[in-house]
Design a protein. Structure first.
Length: 154
C-alpha cells in the first residue's frame, strides 16, 4: 500500500519508528516531514498528507503530533478525508471497520514510550477491512455534508 506519513517536531521519533515498521511490512512510504526536532506548524504537514490521500497519490495517511488532536482537526478539513485519532488498537479497528478511516492520527505524548501499543495500532489499522453495508451509507453522509455546515442552527 502507498502510505503518506507526516508529523510535527513532537512526532519525528515516532514517525521514524512507524516508517520502519511499515517498510518492513512491504509498504511504500512517502515522508512529508518534518525531518528535525525544530518547531514547526502541524497544519502544514496535515495538509500535505491529507491532500496526497484525497488526490489518490497515497492509499492512506498517518499523522503524528504531540496530542494527535491538532493533526486530526486539520486533516478533517480536507474533503474525502476521514481522519481518526486512535490511542489503542480497538479504536484503530473500529475506525477502519465502521468509519473507513483513511488517515490515522497518533499522539506522540501517549505512544513514544509504548512501542508494543504502536505496533498493535499500526498492524490493526493497516489490516482491518471496512465492513461496508450500513456503514457505507453513513460514510457517504459524512463525505456529502462537508460543505453543509452553514445550515446548522443549534
Ligand atoms: C506542539 O507543541 C503541539 O501543540 C502539537 O504537537 C500538537 O499536540 C497539537 O495538537
Amino acid at each position: 500500500m502507498k502510505i503518506s506519513i507526516g508529523s510535527d517536531h513532537r512526532g519525528v521519533d515516532l514517525k521514524s519508528s512507524i516508517t520502519g515498521l511499515l517498510k518492513s511490512a512491504g509498504h511504500d512510504i512517502s515522508d512529508c516531514g518534518t525531518h528535525s526536532s525544530d518547531s514547526c506548524d502541524y497544519p502544514v504537514i496535515a495538509h500535505e498528507v491529507a491532500h496526497a490521500v484525497a488526490a489518490s497519490r497515497a492509499d492512506r495517511g498517518i499523522l503524528i503530533c504531540g496530542s494527535g488532536l491538532g493533526m486530526s482537526m486539520a486533516a478533517n478539513k480536507t474533503p474525502r478525508i476521514r481522519a481518526a485519532l486512535c490511542h489503542d488498537a480497538k479504536a484503530a479497528e473500529m475506525s477502519r471497520r465502521h468509519n473507513d478511516a483513511n488517515v490515522l492520527c497518533l499522539s506522540a505524548e501517549r505512544l513514544d514510550d509504548h512501542p508494543s501499543i504502536v505496533n498493535e495500532i499500526i498492524s490493526t489499522w493497516m489490516e482491518t477491512e471496512f465492513e461496508g453495508g450500513r456503514h457505507q451509507r453513513r460514510v457517504d453522509q459524512i463525505d456529502s455534508r462537508v460543505d453543509s455546515s452553514a445550515s446548522c442552527h443549534d
